[in-house]
Design a protein around this ligand. Structure first.
Ligand code: HEM
Length: 189
């Protein structure tokens, strides 16, 4: 992608890799949750999709925590609007105005989703059943655990936050023709 953006305005390669890896894993966790888990009864055939979903979810929790700490403690680029006076002078789209709130909320709700998943898994004994193949049966319905309802409800909130995030990127990158995604990509040396 374009190499004309100064280093202080963009994320470093490890930050970029973790961002796109997290996006991919979240997309996959949603896909398995919505397309497989909710449509499969709690029998042996659910063990493999559950194992994949739980592994993805735990990996997401690790990466989102790591990336948040890296961003807070090690490095974050200057804000896009602060670094480009022409952008801050423009009257921003409503969706743009939400961005400063949406970014921290994305970290928070992603981590919350994963923690709620763990909060279903622990009382349901899912770790020994799914990963240890203990032979015990799955609970007939995960909704006996209140955290299951929260996992479903918070997934809608996270989905809305992701939609805002993606729409803003599409708007700036493709409709306004700005090098928006350049901040979250690799520099051409
Ligand atoms: C950010 C990470 C995660 C995302 C985006 C995610 C997403 C989802 C979604 C969309 C559903 C279906 C919800 C519904 O429609 O009601 C679901 C269900 C579920 N998830 Fe996750 N999840 C994540 C992490 C986890 C983790 C870490 C675990 C466990 C360690 C987990 C365990 C479950 C379980 C047990 C179900 C219920 C399946 C059922 O009712 O049959 N999830 N998840």
């Amino acid at each position: 992608m374009q190499g004309n953006m100064s280093a202080k305005k963009r994320y470093r390669p490890l930050w970029v890799i973790l961002h796109w890896l997290m996006a991919l894993l979240i997309f996959a966790a949603f896909g398995i949750g919505l397309l497989s888990l909710v449509n499969t009864s709690n029998t042996g055939q659910k063990l493999v999709p559950l194992a994949v979903h739980m592994t993805l979810g735990l990996a997401i929790l690790l990466i989102v925590t790591l990336r948040f700490l890296m961003r807070m403690l090690i490095y974050k680029p200057v804000r896009r609007t602060a670094s480009t006076p022409a952008i801050s002078a423009k009257k921003n789209l409503f969706l743009d105005q939400l961005t400063p709130y949406v970014h921290p909320l994305l970290y928070f709700f992603t981590a919350l989703m994963a923690l709620l998943g763990v909060a279903i898994a622990l009382p349901a004994n899912l770790f020994p059943i799914v990963f240890g193949r203990s032979g015990a049966s799955l609970p007939a319905n995960f909704y006996v655990f209140p955290t299951r309802t929260w996992h479903g409800t918070i997934s809608l909130v996270l989905m809305l936050l992701i939609v805002q995030h993606v729409l803003v990127a599409i708007f700036h990158q493709f409709l306004k023709g700005e090098n928006f995604l350049g901040r979250m990509w690799f520099t051409k040396k």
